[in-house]
Design a protein around this ligand. Structure first.
Ligand SMILES: N[C@@H](CCC(=O)N[C@@H](CS)C(=O)NCC(=O)O)C(=O)O
Length: 208
């Protein structure tokens, strides 16, 4: 049985969607980041980095959204969380997963936690991040020019993470009017059964 430590609509959303796609039993443990629960002794004992997502299974603990998604793809090939190993789009899927987790996500993190970069220059950090995000969105828009999803004909792991992060554009009032491919991507993703299930659960958990 999998256990996922998550915060509704954080990057852990991508792992939650992947677990819905795998369609095996899992349990969810909410970590309320707004209340600072990630810094509680109990949670730090699970992940000393004080961050979600954390996946536990078979007595093992795994952190880092990209790593968890790759591992789930290995453990459940039938769920097609990545394109076939020898397919042309496998490289693109892995490359995009790393781009999203190592480049796009950290830029958004500057908006959530500007004080971690410069406590006395929060606005400057945020403004710089917003400018950087614009350039990164141009890149993502390009990825979605010839296909709906970022690597393959079907949505897979990098798309789940991309969805989780692009959802934050609304939170930070980043307009997407100049990015029609991204808007089409979001609409297609939100129509997927695994996304609908995870979304409904996380909306409920937010309200609780
Ligand atoms: N590199 C980590 C980053 C994880 C991360 O930034 N998680 C955020 C939620 S999206 C978090 O837990 N933030 C709480 C904090 O940093 O205090 C990953 O890709 O999993």
């Amino acid at each position: 049985m999998y256990a996922l430590y998550y915060q509704p609509f954080a990057c852990s959303y991508a792992v939650h969607i992947a677990l819905e796609k795998i369609a095996q039993p899992f349990e969810l443990h909410k970590v309320n980041l707004n209340k600072g629960e990630q810094q509680s002794a109990a949670f730090l004992a699970i992940n000393p980095q004080g961050q979600v997502p954390v996946l536990q299974y078979n007595g093992q603990t795994l952190t880092q959204a990209g790593a968890i998604l790759l591992r789930l793809a290995e453990l459940h090939p039938e769920a097609a969380l990545l394109p076939e190993a020898n397919s042309a789009c496998r490289n693109a899927a892995i490359q995009n997963l790393f781009y999203i987790s190592s480049t796009l996500h950290p830029t958004f993190s500057l908006l959530f936690y500007p004080e971690r970069t410069a406590a006395s220059a929060r606005d400057e950090v945020k403004n710089n991040a917003l400018q950087k995000i614009q350039r990164q969105l141009v890149y993502v828009e390009g990825l979605l020019t010839t296909q709906t999803f970022c690597a393959a004909e079907q949505a897979c792991a990098p798309d789940y993470l991309l969805l989780a992060i692009l959802n934050w554009c609304r939170l930070f009032q980043i307009p997407l009017s100049e990015f029609p491919n991204i808007k089409r991507f979001l609409a297609a993703m939100n129509a997927l059964p695994e996304v609908k299930k995870a979304m409904a659960t996380e909306f409920q958990a937010m309200a609780a």
